[in-house]
Design a protein around this ligand. Structure first.
Ligand SMILES: [Zn+2]
Length: 350
Protein backbone atom coordinates (compact mmCIF):
# COMPACT_ATOMS: atom_id res chain seq x y z
CA UNK A 1 0.00 0.00 0.00
CA UNK A 2 1.46 3.40 -0.92
CA UNK A 3 2.11 5.81 1.89
CA UNK A 4 -0.66 8.39 2.11
CA UNK A 5 1.40 11.57 2.23
CA UNK A 6 0.83 14.11 4.93
CA UNK A 7 -1.21 17.17 4.07
CA UNK A 8 -0.32 19.19 7.15
CA UNK A 9 1.71 22.16 5.96
CA UNK A 10 4.37 21.81 8.65
CA UNK A 11 5.93 18.92 10.47
CA UNK A 12 6.23 18.38 14.18
CA UNK A 13 9.62 20.01 14.73
CA UNK A 14 8.80 23.08 12.67
CA UNK A 15 5.61 23.55 14.65
CA UNK A 16 7.38 23.15 17.98
CA UNK A 17 10.12 25.59 17.00
CA UNK A 18 7.44 28.24 16.55
CA UNK A 19 5.67 27.73 19.84
CA UNK A 20 3.90 25.23 22.04
CA UNK A 21 1.90 22.37 20.61
CA UNK A 22 -1.18 20.86 22.26
CA UNK A 23 -1.89 17.16 21.94
CA UNK A 24 -5.08 15.87 23.56
CA UNK A 25 -4.91 12.33 24.83
CA UNK A 26 -7.17 10.44 27.19
CA UNK A 27 -9.35 8.68 24.63
CA UNK A 28 -9.40 5.48 26.63
CA UNK A 29 -10.95 6.95 29.77
CA UNK A 30 -13.28 9.36 28.03
CA UNK A 31 -14.70 6.67 25.75
CA UNK A 32 -14.97 4.33 28.73
CA UNK A 33 -17.05 6.95 30.54
CA UNK A 34 -19.19 7.36 27.44
CA UNK A 35 -19.88 3.63 27.35
CA UNK A 36 -17.76 2.51 24.39
CA UNK A 37 -14.66 0.96 25.99
CA UNK A 38 -14.49 -1.69 28.69
CA UNK A 39 -12.31 -0.86 31.69
CA UNK A 40 -9.90 -3.64 32.55
CA UNK A 41 -8.66 -4.98 29.24
CA UNK A 42 -9.03 -1.44 27.84
CA UNK A 43 -8.87 -2.45 24.17
CA UNK A 44 -10.08 0.19 21.67
CA UNK A 45 -12.57 -2.07 19.87
CA UNK A 46 -14.70 1.06 19.61
CA UNK A 47 -12.81 2.06 16.45
CA UNK A 48 -14.49 -0.87 14.67
CA UNK A 49 -17.76 -0.99 16.60
CA UNK A 50 -18.55 2.72 16.90
CA UNK A 51 -16.18 4.68 14.65
CA UNK A 52 -18.54 7.67 14.80
CA UNK A 53 -17.96 7.96 18.56
CA UNK A 54 -14.20 8.07 18.07
CA UNK A 55 -14.41 10.63 15.26
CA UNK A 56 -16.70 12.78 17.38
CA UNK A 57 -14.24 12.80 20.30
CA UNK A 58 -11.36 13.66 17.94
CA UNK A 59 -13.42 16.62 16.72
CA UNK A 60 -14.28 17.70 20.25
CA UNK A 61 -10.62 17.73 21.25
CA UNK A 62 -9.68 19.79 18.19
CA UNK A 63 -12.62 22.14 18.86
CA UNK A 64 -11.20 22.54 22.38
CA UNK A 65 -7.71 23.38 21.11
CA UNK A 66 -5.74 20.25 20.26
CA UNK A 67 -3.25 20.77 17.43
CA UNK A 68 -2.91 17.03 16.96
CA UNK A 69 -5.31 14.21 16.23
CA UNK A 70 -3.84 11.10 17.75
CA UNK A 71 -5.04 7.80 16.31
CA UNK A 72 -6.72 5.71 18.97
CA UNK A 73 -4.34 2.76 18.71
CA UNK A 74 -3.33 2.81 22.36
CA UNK A 75 -3.52 -0.86 23.42
CA UNK A 76 -4.46 -1.93 19.89
CA UNK A 77 -1.42 -4.18 19.94
CA UNK A 78 -0.78 -7.90 19.53
CA UNK A 79 -0.65 -8.70 23.25
CA UNK A 80 -3.95 -6.98 24.02
CA UNK A 81 -5.71 -8.56 21.04
CA UNK A 82 -4.43 -11.96 22.15
CA UNK A 83 -5.78 -11.29 25.63
CA UNK A 84 -9.32 -10.71 24.31
CA UNK A 85 -9.04 -13.50 21.73
CA UNK A 86 -9.29 -11.21 18.71
CA UNK A 87 -5.84 -11.37 17.10
CA UNK A 88 -7.48 -11.48 13.69
CA UNK A 89 -8.69 -7.88 14.18
CA UNK A 90 -5.23 -6.45 14.88
CA UNK A 91 -4.41 -4.89 11.53
CA UNK A 92 -7.99 -3.89 10.78
CA UNK A 93 -8.28 -2.17 14.16
CA UNK A 94 -5.07 -0.22 13.65
CA UNK A 95 -5.83 0.85 10.09
CA UNK A 96 -9.37 1.84 11.02
CA UNK A 97 -8.19 3.93 14.00
CA UNK A 98 -5.64 5.64 11.78
CA UNK A 99 -8.22 6.28 9.05
CA UNK A 100 -10.68 7.84 11.51
CA UNK A 101 -7.99 10.12 12.94
CA UNK A 102 -6.71 11.00 9.48
CA UNK A 103 -10.18 12.03 8.39
CA UNK A 104 -10.51 14.48 11.29
CA UNK A 105 -6.93 15.73 10.96
CA UNK A 106 -7.49 16.49 7.28
CA UNK A 107 -10.84 18.19 7.82
CA UNK A 108 -9.43 20.37 10.62
CA UNK A 109 -5.89 21.03 9.32
CA UNK A 110 -4.27 19.46 12.38
CA UNK A 111 -1.33 17.08 12.65
CA UNK A 112 -1.97 13.34 12.51
CA UNK A 113 -0.13 11.21 15.06
CA UNK A 114 0.20 7.45 15.22
CA UNK A 115 0.45 5.84 18.64
CA UNK A 116 2.32 2.90 20.13
CA UNK A 117 2.54 2.16 23.82
CA UNK A 118 3.57 -0.10 26.67
CA UNK A 119 3.26 -3.73 25.57
CA UNK A 120 3.06 -5.18 29.10
CA UNK A 121 5.49 -7.86 27.86
CA UNK A 122 8.74 -5.98 28.32
CA UNK A 123 10.80 -7.24 31.24
CA UNK A 124 14.30 -6.49 30.02
CA UNK A 125 16.67 -7.33 27.19
CA UNK A 126 15.28 -10.88 26.87
CA UNK A 127 11.93 -9.49 25.69
CA UNK A 128 13.41 -6.95 23.28
CA UNK A 129 12.70 -8.94 20.08
CA UNK A 130 9.06 -9.63 20.96
CA UNK A 131 8.43 -6.01 21.77
CA UNK A 132 10.29 -4.77 18.71
CA UNK A 133 8.18 -6.94 16.40
CA UNK A 134 5.00 -5.53 17.97
CA UNK A 135 6.18 -1.96 17.46
CA UNK A 136 7.35 -2.65 13.92
CA UNK A 137 3.97 -3.81 12.68
CA UNK A 138 2.09 -0.89 14.25
CA UNK A 139 4.62 1.69 13.07
CA UNK A 140 4.47 0.22 9.56
CA UNK A 141 0.67 0.59 9.43
CA UNK A 142 0.85 4.11 10.85
CA UNK A 143 3.48 5.08 8.30
CA UNK A 144 1.43 3.68 5.42
CA UNK A 145 -1.64 5.56 6.65
CA UNK A 146 0.24 8.84 6.42
CA UNK A 147 0.93 9.98 9.98
CA UNK A 148 2.98 13.13 10.55
CA UNK A 149 4.72 11.62 13.56
CA UNK A 150 4.36 8.83 16.08
CA UNK A 151 3.77 9.02 19.79
CA UNK A 152 5.36 6.23 21.82
CA UNK A 153 3.81 6.52 25.24
CA UNK A 154 3.31 5.26 28.75
CA UNK A 155 6.57 3.32 28.97
CA UNK A 156 7.54 2.41 32.53
CA UNK A 157 10.80 0.86 31.29
CA UNK A 158 13.37 3.12 29.66
CA UNK A 159 14.50 0.02 27.77
CA UNK A 160 11.09 -0.44 26.17
CA UNK A 161 10.91 3.27 25.30
CA UNK A 162 14.29 2.92 23.65
CA UNK A 163 13.09 0.07 21.42
CA UNK A 164 10.06 2.18 20.44
CA UNK A 165 12.32 5.12 19.60
CA UNK A 166 14.55 2.96 17.43
CA UNK A 167 11.63 1.49 15.49
CA UNK A 168 10.00 4.87 14.84
CA UNK A 169 13.26 6.48 13.76
CA UNK A 170 14.12 3.54 11.49
CA UNK A 171 10.80 4.14 9.77
CA UNK A 172 11.94 7.69 9.08
CA UNK A 173 9.34 9.34 11.29
CA UNK A 174 9.46 11.90 14.09
CA UNK A 175 9.12 10.36 17.54
CA UNK A 176 7.47 11.78 20.66
CA UNK A 177 8.48 9.44 23.47
CA UNK A 178 6.94 9.74 26.92
CA UNK A 179 7.55 7.75 30.08
CA UNK A 180 5.09 6.61 32.73
CA UNK A 181 6.54 7.18 36.18
CA UNK A 182 4.77 5.25 38.92
CA UNK A 183 5.00 5.78 42.70
CA UNK A 184 8.79 5.55 42.74
CA UNK A 185 10.23 8.54 40.90
CA UNK A 186 12.19 6.34 38.50
CA UNK A 187 11.70 3.98 35.60
CA UNK A 188 11.22 0.28 36.31
CA UNK A 189 14.75 -0.29 35.08
CA UNK A 190 16.06 2.14 37.66
CA UNK A 191 16.78 5.37 35.81
CA UNK A 192 15.62 8.77 36.94
CA UNK A 193 13.18 10.33 34.47
CA UNK A 194 15.88 12.84 33.57
CA UNK A 195 18.48 10.13 32.87
CA UNK A 196 16.00 8.08 30.87
CA UNK A 197 14.95 11.07 28.77
CA UNK A 198 18.57 11.90 28.05
CA UNK A 199 19.11 8.36 26.76
CA UNK A 200 16.00 8.64 24.58
CA UNK A 201 17.15 11.95 23.15
CA UNK A 202 20.52 10.42 22.31
CA UNK A 203 18.69 7.57 20.56
CA UNK A 204 17.03 10.11 18.29
CA UNK A 205 13.70 10.93 19.92
CA UNK A 206 12.50 14.33 18.72
CA UNK A 207 10.46 15.05 21.84
CA UNK A 208 10.87 13.34 25.22
CA UNK A 209 8.90 13.65 28.42
CA UNK A 210 6.28 12.15 30.70
CA UNK A 211 2.67 11.08 30.29
CA UNK A 212 -0.08 9.44 32.32
CA UNK A 213 0.02 8.02 35.88
CA UNK A 214 0.83 11.24 37.75
CA UNK A 215 -1.30 14.31 38.16
CA UNK A 216 0.00 17.84 37.60
CA UNK A 217 1.23 18.28 41.17
CA UNK A 218 3.40 15.16 41.30
CA UNK A 219 4.56 15.27 37.69
CA UNK A 220 5.80 18.84 37.70
CA UNK A 221 8.94 18.35 39.85
CA UNK A 222 10.04 15.48 37.59
CA UNK A 223 9.40 17.56 34.49
CA UNK A 224 11.72 20.27 35.76
CA UNK A 225 14.51 17.71 36.03
CA UNK A 226 13.79 16.38 32.54
CA UNK A 227 13.79 19.89 31.08
CA UNK A 228 17.20 20.57 32.59
CA UNK A 229 18.63 17.27 31.33
CA UNK A 230 17.85 17.44 27.60
CA UNK A 231 18.19 19.87 24.69
CA UNK A 232 15.20 18.69 22.67
CA UNK A 233 11.55 19.64 23.12
CA UNK A 234 9.90 18.24 26.24
CA UNK A 235 6.40 16.77 26.55
CA UNK A 236 4.12 16.92 29.59
CA UNK A 237 0.81 15.04 29.62
CA UNK A 238 -0.30 14.37 33.20
CA UNK A 239 -3.57 12.77 34.20
CA UNK A 240 -5.99 15.47 35.40
CA UNK A 241 -6.25 14.07 38.91
CA UNK A 242 -5.23 15.48 42.28
CA UNK A 243 -2.34 13.18 43.13
CA UNK A 244 -0.32 13.96 46.25
CA UNK A 245 3.13 13.34 47.63
CA UNK A 246 1.74 10.43 49.66
CA UNK A 247 -0.31 9.07 46.73
CA UNK A 248 1.67 10.31 43.74
CA UNK A 249 0.03 8.11 41.06
CA UNK A 250 -3.62 7.76 40.10
CA UNK A 251 -3.48 4.03 40.80
CA UNK A 252 -2.42 4.74 44.38
CA UNK A 253 -5.19 7.22 45.21
CA UNK A 254 -7.54 6.17 48.02
CA UNK A 255 -10.99 7.62 48.68
CA UNK A 256 -11.97 7.96 52.34
CA UNK A 257 -15.33 9.33 51.18
CA UNK A 258 -16.60 6.01 49.78
CA UNK A 259 -15.77 2.65 51.29
CA UNK A 260 -17.70 0.32 48.97
CA UNK A 261 -15.53 0.59 45.87
CA UNK A 262 -15.76 -2.69 43.91
CA UNK A 263 -12.01 -2.98 43.42
CA UNK A 264 -11.09 -1.39 46.72
CA UNK A 265 -9.54 1.57 44.95
CA UNK A 266 -10.80 4.50 42.89
CA UNK A 267 -8.68 3.53 39.85
CA UNK A 268 -9.87 3.32 37.16
CA UNK A 269 -13.64 3.84 37.28
CA UNK A 270 -14.21 5.89 40.45
CA UNK A 271 -11.64 8.65 40.12
CA UNK A 272 -14.29 11.33 39.68
CA UNK A 273 -13.83 12.99 43.11
CA UNK A 274 -10.14 13.54 42.36
CA UNK A 275 -10.64 15.21 39.00
CA UNK A 276 -8.79 18.49 38.58
CA UNK A 277 -10.92 21.44 37.69
CA UNK A 278 -10.19 23.31 34.50
CA UNK A 279 -8.45 26.15 36.33
CA UNK A 280 -5.83 24.00 37.99
CA UNK A 281 -5.21 22.28 34.66
CA UNK A 282 -4.73 25.73 33.14
CA UNK A 283 -2.34 26.65 35.95
CA UNK A 284 -0.33 23.53 35.24
CA UNK A 285 -0.08 24.31 31.54
CA UNK A 286 1.06 27.84 32.28
CA UNK A 287 3.73 26.76 34.75
CA UNK A 288 4.94 23.93 32.52
CA UNK A 289 5.16 26.26 29.55
CA UNK A 290 7.07 28.83 31.61
CA UNK A 291 9.57 26.08 32.47
CA UNK A 292 10.25 25.63 28.77
CA UNK A 293 7.97 22.67 28.10
CA UNK A 294 6.51 23.00 24.64
CA UNK A 295 4.49 19.85 23.95
CA UNK A 296 1.50 19.98 26.27
CA UNK A 297 -1.53 17.85 26.81
CA UNK A 298 -3.37 15.61 29.20
CA UNK A 299 -3.77 11.88 29.50
CA UNK A 300 -6.34 9.51 31.03
CA UNK A 301 -9.25 11.35 32.59
CA UNK A 302 -9.03 14.40 30.37
CA UNK A 303 -12.18 15.83 28.83
CA UNK A 304 -12.55 18.62 26.28
CA UNK A 305 -12.97 21.36 28.91
CA UNK A 306 -9.52 20.48 30.26
CA UNK A 307 -8.00 20.75 26.80
CA UNK A 308 -9.62 24.15 26.32
CA UNK A 309 -8.09 25.26 29.64
CA UNK A 310 -4.63 24.25 28.38
CA UNK A 311 -5.20 26.17 25.15
CA UNK A 312 -6.41 29.28 26.94
CA UNK A 313 -3.51 29.11 29.40
CA UNK A 314 -1.24 29.42 26.35
CA UNK A 315 -3.16 32.49 25.22
CA UNK A 316 -5.20 30.75 22.54
CA UNK A 317 -8.84 31.06 21.66
CA UNK A 318 -9.93 27.72 20.19
CA UNK A 319 -13.43 27.44 18.76
CA UNK A 320 -14.71 26.18 22.10
CA UNK A 321 -13.63 29.45 23.74
CA UNK A 322 -16.73 31.02 22.27
CA UNK A 323 -18.49 29.24 25.14
CA UNK A 324 -15.99 29.95 27.90
CA UNK A 325 -17.77 30.94 31.08
CA UNK A 326 -19.16 34.46 31.43
CA UNK A 327 -20.91 34.73 34.78
CA UNK A 328 -21.91 38.36 34.31
CA UNK A 329 -25.25 37.18 32.92
CA UNK A 330 -25.97 34.63 35.62
CA UNK A 331 -29.37 35.14 37.22
CA UNK A 332 -28.04 35.25 40.80
CA UNK A 333 -24.27 35.80 40.60
CA UNK A 334 -24.32 38.06 37.55
CA UNK A 335 -23.53 41.76 37.34
CA UNK A 336 -25.71 42.90 34.42
CA UNK A 337 -27.87 45.84 35.31
CA UNK A 338 -31.02 44.29 33.86
CA UNK A 339 -30.89 41.28 36.19
CA UNK A 340 -33.40 41.21 39.04
CA UNK A 341 -31.97 42.76 42.20
CA UNK A 342 -34.09 40.40 44.30
CA UNK A 343 -32.17 37.45 42.87
CA UNK A 344 -28.76 39.08 43.27
CA UNK A 345 -29.55 39.81 46.91
CA UNK A 346 -30.70 36.23 47.36
CA UNK A 347 -27.40 34.84 45.92
CA UNK A 348 -25.99 34.28 49.40
CA UNK A 349 -28.90 31.97 50.18
CA UNK A 350 -28.13 29.59 47.30
ZN1 LIG B 1 -3.02 7.82 30.39
Amino acid sequence: MPRLGSEASQGLRERLDQGPLICAEGYLFELERRGYVQAGAFVPEVVLEHPEAVAQLHREFVHAGSDVVEAFTYYAHREKLRLIGKDHLLERMNRQALAIARGVARETGTLLAGDICNTNLYTGEESRDTVRAMFEEQVCWASEEGVDFIVGETFAFAGEALVATEVIKEAGLDAVITLAIHKQPETRDGLSPAEACRVLEQAGADVVGLNCIRGPRTMLPLLEEVRAAVDCHVAALPVPYRTTEREPSFQSLTDPGYEWLPDGRPFPTALDPFTCNRYEVGDFAQVAHSLGISYLGLCCGAAPHHVRAVAEALGRRPQASRYTADMSKHAYFGTEATLKDENKVYAGEL
